[in-house]
Structures are given as C-alpha cells and as structure tokens.
Write a protein that binds this ligand. Structure first.
Ligand code: MHO
Length: 213
C-alpha cells in the first residue's frame, strides 16, 4: 500500500468534492485520493474563483483490487444533484478519463444506465486535462474536522494529499465502508488502539448516513 504500488487514476465530479473524497477513500483497492479543480480552462483556479472548472476527486487505485467499473458503479449511485438535473459547472456530473479504455468503459456504462432508467443523463465524459489540487483545508475535509485524530496521525498539509491512512480514515470517519474492512485496515495500517477505537465509534455512528451535507 505504499507509494510504490502500481496504480491507475480515475477522476470524477459528482457534487461537493468533500463527499467523493470520503466515498472513494474507504473502498478496498483505493490507495489515495485528493480533491481539486479540473475539466475547465481557467489557469490556477482557487475555490473562490474556479472559473469553468468542476470540483473533482482524483483517485489512485490498484486495478488488481478494484476495477474502473466498480468505481463507476459508485460514481453513478452517489451524486449530490442526481444525473438528470442540469447544475452549475462547479457541481456538474463529470467523468474525466485517463485513457481510451476508461473512455470506452465510461461511455458503455452511461449508455446502459440511461437505457435502464429510460432517461437522458447529463453526465459529461471528457479527457483528463490539468488537475489543480484544492486548498489544503478542502483535502480530507471530514477527517480534518477531528483535530485530535489529525494530530495523532501526524498529518501535515502534504500528507493530506498523499497519505493512504488519511485517505481511508477520511471515509471511515463518516461511515463509509464496512466494519470488517475497517478491522482489516486496523491491522495492515498498524493503527494504535486509541485511534482504532475513535474511528470505529464514528464509523458505526455514521454508517449509511448522507455524505452530502
Ligand atoms: N455545502 C458546502 C459545499 C462546499 S464545497 C467544497 C458549503 O456550502 O460549504 O463545494
């Protein structure tokens, strides 16, 4: 699970990026996530001035454990504003593909879903261009609400975008992920009993809750 594990990237816009960061972070096979602005042309966007960019989550995943199709399944099922309502670019439904394979898989799955729902979906599928990481305070936003935990983990601003542990706990803390996966992570990540207990209680308390709030 360290930085040398071979990985692929996936990039999705599906509403406020705090939610996507948490949703994907706790999925087995997801190595790291970060949030940022992408899909547009504005140079050096910031939160207050993102121009024509969209809030996206960028995912590093191990394709031997989780497939692009699995990620798409989560994408389709977890939009803040749904798949049929046109919304401002900041929160639009967006798939930024990183290779022709992803493009093809995304287009097929969108077609299938539109057919199944018998609706026109507003999702845009476009090639991944420049990705601008969001400000530090947006990274692992839900985890950062727990300052004790961040201090205990020694999270620096840089680690908020690169740490596997931060990625996973940012999901578990809001109730994403199964408890049995969490218990496996407790062992593989070598979490202290104090940290494990704290996160476990939040996982159970928030299980199945709304990611968007
Ligand atoms: N509902 C949140 C959205 C923030 S987000 C990073 C808020 O209004 O603060 O777009």
């Amino acid at each position: 699970h360290d930085v040398s594990t071979p990985f692929r990237k996936a990039t999705f816009g599906m509403g406020c990026f705090w939610a996507g960061d948490a949703l994907f972070g706790a999925q087995p096979g997801v190595l790291r996530t970060r949030v940022g602005y992408s899909g547009g042309t504005t140079i050096d966007p910031v939160y207050k001035k993102m121009g024509d960019h969209t809030e996206v989550v960028e995912i590093d995943f191990d394709p031997k454990v989780i497939s692009y199709d699995d990620l798409l399944e989560l994408f389709w099922n977890n939009h803040e504003y749904g798949l049929t309502t046109i919304i401002k670019r900041q929160y639009m439904s967006l798939i930024l593909y990183h290779n022709e394979d992803q493009k093809r898989i995304a287009e097929i799955s969108m077609k299938k879903l539109a057919h199944k729902r018998n609706e026109k979906l507003i999702t845009e599928i476009a090639p991944a261009g420049p990705f601008y990481p969001a400000e530090d305070y947006h990274q692992k936003y839900r985890l950062q609400e727990h300052s004790w935990l961040c201090e205990e983990l020694g999270l620096t601003p840089a680690l908020l975008q690169t740490s596997h542990v931060a990625t996973r706990l940012n999901g578990y803390i809001v109730g994403v992920g199964k408890q049995q996966d969490f218990e496996k992570d407790v062992v593989t990540l070598g979490l202290s009993e104090k940290v494990a207990k704290y996160v476990r209680s939040h996982l159970l308390e928030n299980e199945g809750g709304n990611l968007y709030c």
